[in-house]
Design a protein around this ligand. Structure first.
Ligand SMILES: Nc1ncnc2c1ncn2[C@@H]1O[C@H](COP(=O)(O)OP(=O)(O)OP(=O)(O)O)[C@@H](O)[C@H]1O
Length: 519
């Protein structure tokens, strides 16, 4: 057993991991000190998730050493990692939907840890208050939004008093207020001596909170830096090898005719802790992007589910496309009429993990690729290849299983697949979740191109900056209510922030009519 005099919390030496046809990690070395917040940066597919999964015992490296608190260790499973004091919050959460928050957290604790903690629900409530996480131990996971689930994952690590917390893109689905809350938590943990390894594509956040950064490209360490001595542009250059194009602002458009509308839609929640939709009215015009802001869990999931038909309850007259009631049609029939969707959850809802990219393309394009009852496999393979090329999806080929793609690459594929249907109406949640700066730019431009061809786009996002960048009109949801719809140039972050907090609710209908008339 090797021992070291260094006081480092974690040292990785020459970590190498080969997947079939892909060297995901190539001799990676890095050191992390106690209390250090360290960013791991790189384009989609650079090898970040593979490296952190190695530290957490999910992926077995082919080569290399891991030294923990000065001692060489072999981390063969997440339970060994947790025993060492390593906690991880994944990009795709690993919570059981039919269990409560408490039950989920209990599952990853040993008997000894449980005895130490005493009453787990009390401990969760205490930590929740201490760190401002707002996690209710009795809620079922299936009733929680993505943002809330992430807080449960963080709580799961806090309960175990971690010494190293790994966060894989923790802020991608959080509102600005939630991000600053999370950063307060991270700074407190850092002061207490907990090290943090932080994967992010949001470079301004990295410059704000991280003490050090390691940059990966093609599985190798290509640079290291002290983020607060850099700018997002100089870090982006280290990542991609050239100066990334900056997105200064895009031309706003007036939509033409209303092609999609939701009218007086009130709907109780299917889940006891879900959000009921309350008298939702919205119109979507051809050739415009309507952005809906909101803190996770305020009805966005329910709205998306009822619009897409995933929630199969009959709301015939409440939803219409080109003056045709469609609220009673099933999801496939709505797609045939020209609707397309990018759901919030890419693995499981946006794509079937065990199916190849070709099969996943077929799932939402069945019309064009089935003739006389036969699937036209060659055509669909060719088409999938064009999507992979156009959206620069890093994978082995159209036969790759969806689950083998890095998060950002799968997101690019799903966006490309849906945009590629040339829909009349695209309903899209978090279009650039986990996508690197270069690919986010490409997705933004593809959405604007689709809009300019006359499609109507409903963009549901918690990323206010992205909404201001792309949306022609905006609104916010709060507790199942939709705010007035306003032109983006007639509003500002303060007003949208207040609407997200529900200040519009008492006089919604009057306001909405006024604002619609103005818009
Ligand atoms: N199980 C697997 N089988 C085959 N290839 C894989 C597997 N998991 C990851 N890869 C490949 O390894 C490479 C690195 O993936 P990884 O998920 O580590 O990237 P990443 O930097 O985290 O990307 P992102 O920013 O998109 O999350 C990618 O090319 C990916 O397709």
């Amino acid at each position: 057993m090797k021992t070291h005099n260094s006081v480092s919390r974690l040292e990785l030496a020459n970590i190498t991991k080969q997947y079939p046809g892909c060297l995901a990690n190539d001799n990676i070395s890095l050191t992390l000190m106690p209390g250090e917040i360290h960013a791991l940066l790189g384009e989609n597919g650079a090898g970040k998730s593979t490296l952190v999964k190695t530290i957490y015992g999910v992926v077995a490296p082919d080569k290399g050493d891991i030294i923990w608190d000065g001692r060489e260790v072999s981390i063969k499973s997440p339970s060994i990692a947790r025993d060492l004091g390593i906690g991880m919050v994944f990009q795709h959460f690993s919570l059981f939907e039919t269990l409560t928050v408490s039950q989920n957290i209990e599952l990853c604790l040993s008997k000894a840890q449980l005895n130490n903690i005493g009453d787990l629900a009390d401990r969760i409530k205490k930590l929740s208050a201490e760190y401002g996480l707002n996690v209710d131990p009795s809620r079922y996971i299936h009733s929680l939004s993505i943002g809330e689930r992430q807080r449960v994952e963080i709580m799961r690590c806090l309960v175990q008093s971690v010494k190293l917390l790994i966060l894989d893109e923790p802020t991608s689905v959080l509102t600005p207020q939630e991000v600053s809350g999370l950063f307060d938590v991270l700074r407190t943990l850092s002061k207490e001596g907990c090290s943090i390894l932080f994967i992010s594509h949001k470079l301004h956040e990295v410059t704000e909170i991280c003490h050090k950064a390691t940059i990966l490209r093609g599985g190798k360490v290509v640079d290291t830096c002290i983020p607060n001595e850099e700018t997002p542009a100089t870090i982006a250059k280290m990542m991609v090898g050239e100066l990334a194009e900056q997105e200064a602002g895009y031309i706003k458009r007036e939509g033409t005719n209303v092609i999609f509308s939701v009218t007086n839609l009130s709907l109780p929640s299917k889940h006891p802790f879900g959000t009921a939709l309350k008298d939702i009215n919205l119109t979507l015009k051809a050739g415009e992007i309507l952005g809906i802001a909101g803190v996770a869990g305020n009805g966005q999931d329910e709205l998306m589910a009822i619009i897409s038909g995933e929630d199969a309850r009959n709301v015939k007259q409440a939803i219409s496309l080109n003056n045709l009631d469609i609220g009673h049609l099933h999801a496939g029939e709505r797609r045939k009429l020209g609707m397309a969707y990018v759901p919030e959850e890419r693995l499981g809802r946006g794509a079937v993990p065990d199916m190849s990219l070709t099969e996943n393309t077929l799932l939402t394009h069945s019309d064009g690729f089935v003739k006389n009852g036969l699937v036209q496999w060659q055509s669909i393979k060719n088409y999938t290849q064009t999507l992979i090329t156009k959206y620069k999806v890093k994978c082995h080929g159209e036969f790759s299983e969806a689950k083998s793609l890095s998060g950002g690459n799968l997101q690019k594929f799903i966006m490309g697949r849906e945009i590629g249907q040339n829909p009349k109406v695209l309903i899209c949640a978090h279009p650039t979740w986990g996508v690197d700066v270069g690919a986010a730019l490409a997705i933004h431009q593809a959405l604007l191109e689709l809009r300019d061809q006359g499609a109507a786009i409903l963009l549901i996002s918690e990323d206010i900056d992205e909404l201001f960048l792309l949306a022609d009109r905006m609104a916010a949801v709060c507790n199942g209510h939709l705010s007035p719809l306003v032109k983006t140039e007639h509003t500002n972050i303060d007003q949208i922030g207040q609407w997200m907090a529900g200040t519009f609710i008492n006089n919604t209908s009057v306001c909405a009519q006024e604002q619609e008339a103005k818009a």
